[in-house]
Design a binder for this molecule. Structure first.
Ligand SMILES: *Cc1c(COP(=O)(O)O)cnc(C)c1O
Length: 460
């Protein structure tokens, strides 16, 4: 263990000086790791040293303050330190009766995050592996509650013969939402897609027209934080309309829900607290080490009834608080504990400062990028995401790809690719706890240089 700690600390110190991408090809990785299982064991210290010697070059610097790909947290070292304790303690965190220490720390994380995000105090929450599972859990809870309200017990009878649930999602909902619908047995292709505006967020009038034509139980899935634009659906207008139709409203807020923690930014989420359930990541904007997210449900009883293996049989769950009551796993690691440490180390002010800084840096970066001749910022900057492209039309797609490839190959900063409105884009996401203006300056310079050299070729 001490040896692993030593390797770990040395790795983290080296992150800023490394090429951001892994430098070990898949073929070589297979040759090194995909061997037959040896008959004879090896001393533990040798195994650890060998893993590092063979694997080090293949590590990707997700923890770098200049990793701008996808939406990626930087595995805050305080959380990593707590995660080491979680592994060493080896607590099977199913119930707080047995594992009072870590179970209660997880409960604190649930309470604190609900409070930071301005969600209802009485809501129930479970700590899951990430946004996808948070969305999936919420869709299952919504499904059961909607069917119960229509006289159908899905816990007992399953879905065959149940009243049909109509599902509305925004036309640019995150892919994980469609995964959630598949996993929950509601189907990804039978959804009604609400029209969206130029920032990818739902058009409230189009939504109202759509829902007016639907009968029976309705599930509405909204988004706080569009993956390309960072945009927010207009919760304050849509949610009351949805509730007039007795719909269940779920909000996929994987990263965007964190804006609610910052008073001067929270207006972008106005009305979001009126929803029935929310999914949010801990490993994105809170920078918890992978993997952690949270599902939050307004009526805790709905969550527990759908998720607890014992809820259907035992009354009185409302008096207890057990981690396994709110998630699919029974045996589980205390994956909320790293977030406990991060939240304690940051405090409410620290979380606010971080989210505020990232949103400011997104505006700062977008302004600088827009000043480069031929670079186009594609989105309204409402959060921490910046979508850009270079050039025009189909040749612009090619040039955008070429610029991104060059920047990524250089390895000093890492924005990622995307396709939006049928066009190739470069996406910059600012969510690493250490990112500062200097990192953005470097990103802008790298993009400008790459564009200059692509343009110098024949892509202009
Ligand atoms: C990242 C993301 C998800 C999925 O979260 P995971 O933690 O990767 O499972 C869902 N929705 C949005 C908007 C996201 O950005």
């Amino acid at each position: 263990m001490a040896r692993a700690l030593d390797h770990a600390a040395r790795y983290r110190d080296s992150v800023p000086d490394r090429h951001i991408l892994g430098q070990l090809g898949l073929a070589e990785a297979r040759a090194r790791f995909l061997t037959p299982l040896p008959d004879q064991g090896q001393p533990a210290a040798q195994v650890i040293d060998r893993m590092v010697a063979d694997g080090d070059a293949g590590l990707v610097q997700f923890a770098s303050p200049r990793f701008f790909g996808f939406v990626t947290g930087g595995s805050d070292p305080t959380g990593v330190a707590a995660d080491i304790l979680v592994s060493a303690w080896g607590q099977n965190t199913a119930n707080t009766g047995q594992t009072a220490t870590v179970g209660t720390m997880e409960r604190a994380v649930c309470d604190w995050v609900i409070s930071l995000l301005g969600l209802p105090d009485e809501a129930g929450a479970g700590i899951v592996t990430g946004g996808t599972v948070a969305n999936t859990t919420a869709v299952m809870v919504a499904r059961n509650a909607l069917l119960r309200a229509h006289g159908w017990d899905a816990d007992a009878q399953g879905l065959f013969g149940a009243p049909e649930i109509q599902v509305i999602v925004g036309d640019e909902a995150h892919s994980s939402v469609f995964g959630a619908l598949r996993y929950a047995g509601l189907g990804a292709e039978r959804v009604h897609r609400a029209p969206v505006d130029g920032n990818g967020t739902i058009d409230a009038e189009g939504f109202a027209r759509l829902i007016a034509g639907l009968q029976g139980p309705i599930l509405v899935i909204l988004q706080a934080g569009h993956i390309n634009s960072g945009g927010f659906d207009p919760f304050a207008t849509i949610i009351p309309v949805a509730h007039d139709h007795d719909a269940w409203v779920h909000v996929d807020g994987a990263f965007g829900l964190w804006l609610a923690a910052v008073p001067e930014l929270a207006d972008r989420l106005a009305g979001v607290d009126q929803a029935d359930s929310w999914g949010v990541d801990l490993h994105k904007w809170l920078n918890a080490p992978y993997d952690a997210g949270m599902v939050i449900v307004r009526k805790r009883a709905d969550l527990v009834q759908a998720m607890s293996a014992k809820a259907s049989y035992l009354p009185g769950f409302s008096e207890t608080w057990d981690p396994s009551d709110s998630v699919m796993e029974l045996s589980r690691r205390a994956r909320g504990v790293p977030s406990y440490a991060i939240l304690r180390s940051l405090g409410r002010d620290g979380v606010r400062e971080m989210v505020r800084r990232h949103c400011r840096l997104a505006c700062y970066g977008a302004e600088k990028l827009a000043r480069i001749d031929g670079v186009q910022v594609m989105n309204d900057i409402t959060a921490n995401q910046v979508a850009i492209r270079v050039g025009k039309g189909a040749s612009g797609d090619e040039a955008t790809r070429a610029v991104l490839a060059k920047v990524q190959e250089n390895g000093r900063v890492f924005p990622s690719h995307g396709v939006w409105k049928g066009r190739q884009i470069i996406r910059v996401s600012i969510s690493n706890h250490k990112t500062q203006a200097g990192d953005i300056d470097l990103l802008v310079a790298e993009i400008a240089d790459a564009w200059q050299s692509v343009r110098g070729g024949n892509n202009a």
